[in-house]
Design a protein around this ligand. Sequence first.
Ligand code: NIG
Ligand code: FE
Length: 403
Amino acid sequence: MVTKLIGPFAQIVTMCNLPLKGALSEDQLEVIAQGGVVVSDGKILAVGIYTDLETKFPTSEKEVIAEPMVLLPGFVDAHTHICFAGDRANDYAMRISGKSYQEIALNGGGISSTVTHTRNASEQELTELLLRRCDMHLRNGITTCEVKSGYGLSVDDELKMLRCIQKANQSHQISLISTCLAAHTKPAEFSTKNEYINFAVNEILPQVKLQKLSNRVDIFVDTIAFDEPEARFYLDAAKRLGFEITVHADQFSSLGSRLAIEYHASSADHLEASSDSDINLLAKSDVVGVLLPGASMGLGMPYAKGREMLDKGMCIAIASDWNPGSAPMGDLLTQAAVFGASEKFTTAETFAALTFRAAKALQLSDRGSLSEGSLAHLIAFPCKNYREILYYQGSLKPTKIWC
Ligand code: NIG
Ligand code: FE
């Protein structure tokens, strides 16, 4: 077992000892100047002042960082749909000419058109497409990424998507967490949503469980997607099967977040349309609010009320929602920096939303901060001052990544 000391770094922002919920001021950040990290067997053994660690671990191998760099825990993207084929550039052109996401979906475009392309792609093609997106995400500092199914919507195609995610996870450095989003939309071959949700519950979810392809389940609850009785039927079944739950909630209309709370979901994602009372209830709950500014940018719609959510005491993560329809950009750091500037998130709040609070949304307690025993998922930016990272709004990229 090799023990390695990495450093010295101009600054290490550990993201340790910060509360899980609520507002954070910048001076709560722990910043170690001239710091180092000792890693062993893929885990963090110690973090501290570089010269102290040299004395404490005299026999360790050294990886010397010659330029000034700032070290952070790897970013966690808790919500993506990056396993897909095709693109929706035509939808985007229609949207910027004035058609809404909902109108396009109701006219057979939207998610359904990606379902057609994804069903037509072979497992190998789809895995390749996913791997290329993992490359981009890792280069941008994302070391853990959630990926949803939801463009298959048949037993074979949902399982195919989840197998692609499993294979990509095995062959790529990035750590992927899969989620079954069988309840994304009603596929064309079913005449009613109710008929489809019965099918998803009876045919898709049990197979996902049996084949151990995911332990998380998601549903899109909205006026253009599934309504309350359909969602309850699906979520009851998911609970019975022992799945962890997450919900596409309050994107266009308020409803999903209340169900997320009731079903003890790990997270309620989107929340652009959450009402003040939804926010109050979320703040009292253990549900992480995962905000998706990339979807607001892609749809040209208002952001979720992030500032109010933090001030009321919610736990807030920021994720990319990277998908071919509402959020094609995929650049999480750019989105978080631009959103954070608009919502007045402190540096601590944005970093928390990309690290330990995002890990919490995925129920992962082994990453998201640089603490002893955590996974050695480390990203280093070529700068001297951690404030430069958000200041450059995503154009400053990490140049060293350990994962
Ligand atoms: O999170 N809202 C539903 N699902 C995705 C969009 C997926 C798509 O448009 O392909 C979202 O925005
Ligand atoms: Fe989504």
